[in-house]
Design a protein around this ligand. Structure first.
Ligand code: ZN
Length: 218
């Protein structure tokens, strides 16, 4: 069982489901040659995919092209279904920094066959996750900078202002499909700049007002 800590608070959250949004930044959709979706692209990662800040990423031997995707993570603090956008932020307990690691070669192969590609997203260690900051310490989650450095070089840089769906809209839409429960995590999609990681790489993802997440590739 994985638990999430909120900085400065005593309580911890047992992790429930990890719901991820795909194709939420236009420039990332374009770099992969994907279509702009009519409705949100939603998939889940298993809780077993989580590793903590400072953890080690282990790329499975059946893939030769693992991509980094830096994403703002939302921690759900109370139960809700069919949440409206005006109330959406009140369901959050905190914000964190996440990596949605993706086996792009396996994903492309499965996609081309019309098969579900969750196994390309859910392998062990595919979800490095920082500790969270309290929700009220972020003034506007829809206008904060994200930066991912690999071995000290900037690879991804963007702002949540570029998201096609706002944090409120994401919570509302996801909650029409799944009841959100305390301890659930939502990843909000990645800006452009995704690329292959390899053995020995040091990843450092920073999100303004939220914090920094570090991970090393075995
Ligand atoms: Zn992603």
């Amino acid at each position: 069982m994985h638990h999430i800590k909120i900085k400065g608070a005593d309580e911890t959250y047992a992790v429930g489901k990890i719901v991820c949004l795909g194709r939420n930044y236009l420039d990332h959709i374009r770099e992969l040659g994907n279509k702009v979706p009519d409705r949100a692209v939603i998939f889940c990662k298993p809780a077993s995919s989580l590793i903590s800040d400072g953890g080690t990423i282990r790329i499975p031997e059946y893939s030769d092209n693992c991509h980094h995707e830096l994403e703002l993570a939302l921690l759900v603090g109370k139960t809700g279904k069919n949440i409206t956008t005006d109330k959406a932020l009140s369901y959050l307990a905190g914000y964190g920094v996440a990596l949605d690691l993706t086996l792009r070669d396996l994903q492309d192969e499965l996609k081309s066959k019309g098969m579900p590609w969750e196994i390309a997203k859910g392998f062990d260690t595919s979800c490095p996750l920082s500790d969270f900051v309290p929700a009220d310490s972020v003034t506007n989650p829809n206008n904060i900078q994200l930066t991912l450095k690999i071995n000290g070089q900037v690879r991804q840089q963007g702002t949540t202002a570029q998201m096609m769906r706002s944090v409120e809209e994401i919570i509302a839409e996801v909650s029409t499909f799944y009841t959100l429960e305390p301890g659930d995590i939502i990843l909000t999609g990645t800006p452009a700049g995704v690329s292959r990681i390899q053995s020995g790489d040091q990843l450092e993802g920073t999100i303004e007002q939220v914090g920094t997440l570090r991970a090393t590739v075995a």
